[in-house]
Design a protein around this ligand. Sequence first.
Ligand SMILES: O=C(O)CCC(=O)C(=O)O
Ligand SMILES: [Fe+2]
Length: 355
Amino acid sequence: MSVLRPPPPSSKPSVPRLPPLTLSNPSMVAQHTPCTLHLSALPPELACELFYTMMDLSRSWKRNKWWLFDRIVESPHRTSFFVRRTNGVDNNESWQEAAKYWYNGRPTEPPEFFPPAMEKACKYVENIVNDEMRQRERLPLEWTGRHGADRQLWHANVAAANCYEGAQESVGYHSDQLTYLGPYPTIASLSLGNRIFRLREVIPSDEVSRRCARTFNIPLPHNSLTMMHATCQESFKHSIPPQPTLDLYRPLFPHPASPTSLPQPSNCRINITFRFYRPDFHPKSTPRCKCGVPTILRPDMKNHHDGKTDRYWWVCYAGAQNDGKGCDFWRVMDMQAEGRGSAFADPGQVGCKDG
Ligand SMILES: O=C(O)CCC(=O)C(=O)O
Ligand SMILES: [Fe+2]
C-alpha cells in the first residue's frame, strides 16, 4: 500500500529564490543596482561640521504622520525639509505648498533654508553627481539640466533630512514620490553616521513567473554619498531597516560649541537627500482629485519596462491625510498633454535670486 502521494500539480513553475546579498563596495553597488556609492564625499572637517549642525537642528524635527487604513501611523525616525536660497525656489511661495505636502498634508512651519554647512556640502555633492551623470545615458523624460556656462546636468534646490537615533529607528520600503521630481529623477543621498541601506526590485507582473527579486544590503559608511539614478524610483524600493547592532560614529573633531572637550561617539545617523524639484512639475500644475486635494505622482512599478516607456499615475492622496478617507481618482500622466518637459524654463538659469 502506498502512503506517499505525489505533490499536487502546480500551475506556477517555482522561481529560484535568491538570498540577500551585501554589496560591500562601490563596484558591487553599480553592478547590481541603479545606484552608485561614492565614499569620502566631503572633506572630513565639513562632514563632521554638517553632522553637528544637523544633530543640533534635529531636536526640533518631527516624526512624519499619516493615515493608513483606519489608524494614524508615525514614521520611526525624525525628519525635516529644507529649500535652497538659490535656484528660484525660495522666491516662489507655492514651493512652500510643496513642502507642506512633503509631510503628508500635515500643516507645517515654512521649510528652513539650507544652513551654511549644508550649502557648502551641496556644492561637493553637485560635483560628484555631475561627474557621474556625464558618464551615463540620459532618458527621454529626464530633466536635461542647465545649458549655461557651467553646463550642469543636475543641481539641487531642496533637501529632505532624516535623523535615525539608535539601531531600531528606521524607514520602511518605499519609492520616493515623484510629484515634484518628475520621471526618472536623480537623488543624491548623503550619510553622516553609519547604517545599512536596503534595496529591492519590484519585478514587473509579466516577469514574476521567470525571476525573483533579491534584497541588497549596502552598508553606508559615514561621509558616503549614494546616488539613486534614473529608474531607481521606478523599479526599486528602498529602506533603512532596524539593525540588531550599530557601529557608532566617532567624530574626528569636537563640537564647535565645546572645542576643548573630546568628541563623543554617537548612535545617530543623519541622512540628507538632495533633490531637484522640476519647474515643469511645479505645485500649481499638480492635478487635484475629487477630494480637492493635490494628487501625488506614482510610477506604475508593476509594468515598468525599458526606462523609456514607463507609465506614471496621478493618484488621490487624501487618504493619507483626511481621516484615511480618499477617493478613487487616478489618471495617467501625459507629459505632452500636460505641457511638461525640459523645454520649460529652469529658474536656476533665469533671473534667480542669489542668497
Ligand atoms: O535615510 C536614508 O538613507 C533614506 C531616506 C529616504 O529614503 C527618504 O528620505 O526618502
Ligand atoms: Fe526614500
